[in-house]
Design a protein around this ligand. Sequence first.
Ligand SMILES: [Zn+2]
Length: 263
Amino acid sequence: MRSSRLAAMTFGVLWMSVSGTAEGNHPRNPRDPVSRALAFFEPSHGDGEAFLRQLRPAPVSASVRAAVVAALPHEGELEPTDDERAKIATLDAVFEFHERKGSIVIKVIDVGHAFVGLHARTVLLLSRDALSLVQPEELQALAAHELGHEFFWDEYQAARAGDPARVQEIELRCDGVAVTTLRALGHGPEPLVRAITKLTRYNERLHATASGASYVSLKDRKAFIEAIARRLSSRARQTTSGPRSAAPRAVSIGASGLERAPV
Ligand SMILES: [Zn+2]
């Protein structure tokens, strides 16, 4: 497998892998990562957008961003093709929703497998393999997951030092951020499920999958994504007669910038 110094810089990245199977209806241990991630969103009362607004950190400063970008190695970086640029342009809606227009730098890289990651809170790394696999809505879902990492950045770094269950929980929280984002853009959770399934299967074929205690199975991710989507839909049904509809709101498309990596 080819390697890249850029990929090596994406600390905290867990590659998607492992096969998923149908989720059963067995009661979950309240301490398992799926239950804990669902509990994390409980205070949102189903209003994910308001919940994220409260939690969203300030973006990194322009000077820090410039220093991060200047320190990136050129090895492994690719010039985006026209098709890739068109797909990347659809991420503007995601950046606008997350108040990150112009504060995220996108780099297309070659790492020999499907990879999406956020580096240093401000560089979104997209491998050419990943870009070629996904449709625009699926790329939006993956980018939204990565922007989710910004909400939990320090906690994630600390968890990686020895709390694999917390790492799993945070990865699932980021999926919750992605589902909330997709909903705001007028989509259901399906693009996220399709995207993580595609990347997982692709990397499995390349034997470029993650493993270990920090790894979140595709099965658990799908179970969480479906559960959090149901919760948001339930909230929408409850509030459609109220003063604020929970229907997906329009997000305008603008110019973009780009940042770190998947589960
Ligand atoms: Zn992640």
